[in-house]
Design a protein. Structure first.
Length: 316
């Protein structure tokens, strides 16, 4: 199979038929073999009913329905797990991503050898204050922190080689950082393509300003995990050594001063340096314990399901 199109959605019943027809037209024109996997992330409208009707008319349409809203990352994870295409395309269901971009994205993966190609909505039709400006700040911070030189981490229109989606773990709210997850997994040939952005035609956006706050927090998390996720003792142990060394230094100083330099002076417990030494040595020990606990948790981590599927269509 040439292409798997993975589409997470929440309450997008009005756009699904038009989106499906558009994708099918592109695939038919280019004579691609394909599948479209809709992941209904707990919709409360008639989205699943629409997906069911589409799957009955077109066997290329497949569906996964969550019991409740688990989030976009979990929806993408479920779609990646079932995708069978050589190239996997992700896009949003709100018609703001243009299916006409699929052939070029496919060629960049299949023929140009990219592991991942991320869309860049250079010209946007969103609000400058609530979306464009915060998005620019967020993307700047993501580039500086991650080292991945992309202009638009948030763009839902991306293309992947199948090896990428089968070897990365998208969880929490990490869908924004799939390029970084891919880089950390060893897929470093990451490209970018300017794509058309369209104004929302139906419904309302599901993301508010809080997504940028969550995005920055997730950025810190993924930076930590990428550097210390598999070796937490390297961070906590280093901090523990620094703190314990500071405390030990003060302790040695107090001991020498009391025994040799100023034996008639104040009691050690009456000097502020004593409490600095005590506090830093305790904190240093706690960092060590945190590092050990992190290593133990890492080595005994159970594989837990992060979402529950209610129904499937045309999927085993």
């Amino acid at each position: 199979m040439n292409i798997s199109v993975v589409i997470p959605l929440l309450n997008e019943q009005d756009s699904l038929i038009e989106l499906h027809e558009w994708i099918a037209k592109v695939m038919y024109t280019k004579k691609y073999s394909y599948e479209v996997i809709f992941i209904d992330d707990g919709s409360t409208d008639n989205s699943w009913k629409t997906i069911t009707q589409l799957s009955e008319k077109d066997k290329n349409v497949k569906g996964i329905r969550f019991l409740r809203n688990f989030g976009k990352s979990q929806a993408l994870h479920a779609g990646f797990e079932k995708a069978e295409g050589d190239v996997v395309i992700t896009m949003d269901a709100d018609l703001q991503d243009n299916p006409d971009e699929i052939p070029e994205l496919y060629n960049m993966i299949k023929n140009d050898g990219f592991d991942l190609v991320s869309g860049w909505k250079k010209k946007r039709y969103d609000s400058v204050i609530t979306k464009n400006l915060p998005s620019k700040v967020f993307n700047w911070a993501a580039r500086k922190t991650s080292g991945v030189k992309l202009h638009d981490f948030n763009c839902g229109l991306k293309a992947y080689h199948t090896d990428v989606v089968k070897n990365i773990d998208v969880n929490g709210e990490m869908h924004r950082y799939i390029p970084l997850l891919s880089k950390n997994a060893g897929f470093s040939n990451i490209g970018e393509k300017v794509v058309k952005h369209q104004a929302r035609k139906y419904g309302e956006t599901k993301f508010g300003m809080n997504r940028f706050v969550h995005g920055f927090l997730d950025l810190i998390t993924i930076w930590f995990l990428s550097r210390f996720g598999k070796r937490p003792m390297h961070l906590f142990g280093a901090l523990g050594v620094i703190m314990f060394t500071i405390g030990l230094g003060f302790s040695v100083y107090l001991g020498i001063d009391k025994l040799f330099l100023n034996p008639e002076g104040r009691l050690i417990t009456q000097r502020p340096q004593f409490y600095i030494a005590l506090s830093t040595m305790i904190i240093g020990s706690q960092f060590f314990v945190a590092g050990f606990l992190g290593e133990i948790i890492l080595r005994n981590r159970p594989d837990k399901k992060r979402y529950l599927v209610k129904d499937k269509l045309n999927l085993t």
